[in-house]
Design a protein around this ligand. Structure first.
Ligand SMILES: NC(=O)c1ccc[n+]([C@@H]2O[C@H](COP(=O)([O-])OP(=O)(O)OC[C@H]3O[C@@H](n4cnc5c(N)ncnc54)[C@H](OP(=O)(O)O)[C@@H]3O)[C@@H](O)[C@H]2O)c1
Length: 324
């Protein structure tokens, strides 16, 4: 019987269990995928810890790449044997095989491996909408991205650089600063040691930046606002240090008529046409060699708990995958 990681209560990584299950035939509109690789994402830790509540017991994981094994009634445009990848859908990617609504799947081009597909769909599609839609980065812009050496971070650095931006990035160590620099980050700032808002002001000659991409949340939010130029956009897209406490909107006025958004990939990719266009944009920039997907950690799927512990302890860089 195939195996999957499930959890019956929220908590630390040791709540994750490796369980066998009897696969069901795909329902109408679904496809069964045999995973070759599964993506590890920070959001998985929010589901496991209870920060984002889900009904229990639950599967976990939102990203994978593999081969279509069977399709349910009414599924069109998808063949058994096709190479596919996805980001989203019901939780349950940490599994050897799974059923998933077929509309979440995109065909994986031959030039993209299963490992790359599993590593880049969620983080790469996120980089796509952040840089191309939430705030559309233009050549000549100077932007700030937090956790620049992380999964989303390394992709954003490279992509923003390819768009002609100057990239300021925060990182947790000197080694991460070097890694970010090698991926297009012009000014890495070790924010565990330096005050990043002061550094950003100095780098921009006091002007501030038009956009901050902040996935750290509680620890960085106020200082991120202080980095913005008038009418700048604060893009709060994660909470690696915990959620931002309730906030006085009047501060947006006082700090320069700022914009604040809290976007999620799942809104931006909700329409099938958007998902397909976003994936095409991502595949193109990777195929062009402008964005390299750095898979710096690989774990057996059964050891997902260890992967979560390392991700939360800030011991990973770039992208991580789980291998069935
Ligand atoms: N809204 C969306 O659509 C969306 C989609 C994808 C991801 N995200 C968010 O984007 C962020 C990055 O995701 P990812 O999967 O690529 O993870 P990641 O960046 O590879 O890992 C998280 C990084 O956050 C930094 N960090 C800072 N304070 C931390 C703390 N107190 N605890 C743990 N880590 C801390 C660490 O880097 P340093 O050591 O360099 O500080 C750590 O490596 C996450 O917040 C995630 O939720 C949002």
């Amino acid at each position: 019987m195939p195996h999957a990681i499930r959890f019956h209560q929220t908590g630390t990584p040791d709540v994750l269990r490796w369980e066998s299950f009897e696969p069901e035939a795909p329902a109408a509109g679904e496809a069964r995928i045999r995973h070759h690789a599964v993506g590890l994402n920070y959001i998985d830790t929010y589901h496991r810890s209870g920060l984002y509540p889900v009904p229990l017991p639950s599967g976990i994981g939102l990203e994978g790449a593999g081969v279509v094994e069977a399709v349910g009634e009414g599924v069109t445009g998808l063949e058994v044997g096709e190479r596919v990848a996805y980001a989203g859908g019901p939780l349950g990617a940490y599994a050897e095989v799974r059923n998933i609504p077929a509309h979440h799947l995109v065909t994986l081009p031959e030039s993209i491996s299963f490992d790359q597909g599993a590593a880049m769909m969620l983080q790469g599609l996120t980089a796509q909408y952040l840089l191309r839609r939430t705030y559309r980065v233009q050549a000549g812009d100077t932007i700030l991205i937090h956790a620049a050496a992380g999964g989303v971070g390394l992709i954003v650095c490279q992509w923003a650089k390819a768009l002609g931006a100057t990239v300021i990035g925060t990182v947790g160590s000197d080694a991460k600063a070097e890694l970010a620099r090698a991926h297009g980050c012009d000014y890495p700032i070790v924010y565990t040691r330096e005050r990043f808002a002061e550094q950003v002001r100095a780098i921009t000659g006091g002007q501030g930046v038009p956009v901050v991409y902040d996935s750290i949340g509680a620890d960085t939010f106020m200082d991120s606002l202080a980095c913005l130029q008038p009418m700048g956009m604060m893009v709060l897209f994660g909470a690696a240090s915990g959620p931002v406490p309730p906030f006085d909107c009047g501060l947006l006025a006082k700090m320069g008529s700022l914009f604040l958004t809290r976007p999620t990939l799942f809104t931006y990719a909700a329409k099938r046409a958007d998902l397909v266009a976003m994936a095409a944009d991502l595949f193109d920039i990777v195929a062009a060699g402008k964005v390299k997907i750095e898979i710096n950690q690989r774990y057996p799927l059964s050891e997902a708990a260890r992967a979560h512990a390392e991700l939360e302890a800030r011991r990973t860089t770039g992208s991580s995958i789980l291998l069935p």
